[in-house]
Write a protein that binds this ligand. Structure first.
Ligand code: NAD
Length: 416
């Protein structure tokens, strides 16, 4: 998408990366009272808190000389600009194969990353990957509606699967992916990269440690000014059959997932509203959408997303003793969290790549082999991805019916 880019943004800055660059320049002029530099030694989560898993950024595993091989499926913007370069900083993962519908592009990128021609696949001969011992996992970075079929094919080929968000465009497809993984006895992980961002972890840690008292209100806005018609990669995002929906599927999902993590709970009721379409570009999917979640604790979340308002990614979490503000919240780098309490503001920020080998993309890529080697479940499981898809579907249902949707699926966790 053609997000507006500041002149000094790196060449490959796209989408939330641009917001990150803007955030960095804002940060340079910020007047916060104290600036703490984060390190790898963030406090562990307080014990005794049940609920959602807490991301662990530390990577203690010595994995031997052979690194875990990924085949990346889909060579679009996110794959080329963010994921492929991140392999250089992985400790346990390496890029071993590419799958693309464009043989020339695959050859060109393969050359760049030292991938032999025999490890280049098309979408139609993808299943031959079963015979390739260099490939341990398949990373699916395709339009949303194609995730499920490729995941099922990858499991059938005996590979683990990393799949981009949103996991799929229907709950049925999510279940199909989970079942295929179980049948193959292989791991399924969803590409929630923010779980590997130190600032996100700091924010979750603060929210769960009582730093702001009881979290009661979350507001979160995730917008990307970029849905024009001149960029061909935008087309699938505006085509319901491929995207499953508009800004909510693409951007609002960050607010949905993030608010569940901040609240450490799942919502029990959903309300939502879609603004009238501002342009014929949005004839199939929504542009501006807002939603509310009510939690069992009494807490409330309010989220918005859009393709036509100024690029923003922000969380504000208010408790009875303080406020946490993340702005930018889900950028590719330069995220920032501030704790506002008794008139004081403390801010943590980390430009990407300042923590060795711990940029969110390579940490995410390394997490799958680490979990497999340790025999532990990945942080962002298929069940987590499916829970978000169920909530996205509930938001659409609430918006289309104008009614509150009950989402108390408190027993879903028992099925994990
Ligand atoms: P993109 O349009 O840049 O790339 C999509 C790729 O899929 C292209 O290489 C395209 O050729 C290929 N493709 C295969 N079949 C296609 C079809 N039928 N129609 C259209 N394209 C087809 O998109 P992207 O921004 O790279 O997004 C891909 C996936 O990654 C999406 O699921 C998106 O939500 C996800 N994503 C995640 C993040 C993140 O921060 N985690 C960021 C961007 C995108």
């Amino acid at each position: 998408m053609n997000a507006r880019s500041p002149k000094d943004a790196p060449k490959n800055a796209t989408r939330r990366g641009v917001v990150g660059a803007l955030g960095a320049s804002l940060l340079a002029g910020s007047a916060t009272k104290a600036m703490a530099q984060p390190s790898m030694g963030f406090a562990p989560p307080p014990s005794g808190l049940g609920g959602r898993p807490f991301p662990n950024l530390l990577r203690p595993l010595a994995n031997g000389p052979r690194k875990f091989g990924y085949a990346v499926v889909g060579l679009g913007k996110y794959a080329i600009n963010q994921i492929l370069p991140a392999f250089a900083e992985c400790q346990h993962a390496r890029l071993t194969a590419l799958v693309s519908g464009d043989a020339t592009k695959a050859r060109r990128i393969g050359k760049q990353y030292g991938i032999s021609e025999s490890n280049l696949y098309s979408y139609s001969d993808f299943d031959k990957i079963a015979q390739n011992p260099d490939v341990d996992a398949v990373y699916i970075i395709l339009p949303n509606a194609l995730h499920a079929d490729f995941a099922v094919r990858a499991f059938r080929a005996g590979k683990h699967v990393m799949c981009e968000k949103p996991m799929a465009t229907s709950v049925e497809d999510c279940q199909r992916m989970i079942d295929a993984g179980k049948r193959a006895n292989k791991e399924l992980m969803i590409g929630y990269r923010c779980h590997f961002d130190p600032i996100t972890n700091k924010a979750i840690s603060l929210a769960r440690s009582g730093a702001i008292g009881k979290p009661q209100i979350i507001t979160t806005d995730n917008n990307d000014l970029g849905a024009d018609t001149t960029d061909p990669t935008t087309h699938w995002r505006l085509t319901r059959a491929l995207s499953g929906g508009g800004s909510l599927m693409d951007l609002g999902i960050y607010g949905v997932n993030g608010s569940r993590y901040m609240m450490n709970d799942d919502p029990i009721e959903v309300r939502a509203m879609i603004a009238p379409n501002s342009s014929p570009v949005f004839s199939q999917v929504e542009d501006i959408i807002t939603w509310q979640f009510r939690y069992r604790s009494g807490g409330i979340a309010h989220g918005s997303s859009s393709f036509t308002t100024y690029s923003t990614t922000r969380f504000c979490l208010q408790g009875d003793k303080g406020t946490l503000l993340m702005d930018p919240a889900t950028s590719y780098w330069s995220n920032r969290v501030s704790l506002c309490k008794s008139g004081d503001i403390e801010t943590w920020s980390t430009p990407m790549f300042t923590i060795d080998a711990l940029n969110q993309f390579s940490a995410q890529l390394d997490h799958l082999p680490i979990s497999i080697a340790k025999g532990t479940r990945v942080l962002a499981t298929g069940e987590e991805g499916m829970q978000d898809v169920r909530l996205l579907q509930s938001i659409y249902k609430a918006a289309h019916t104008g009614r509150a949707v009950a989402t108390d699926w408190s027993d879903w966790r028992k099925t994990i």
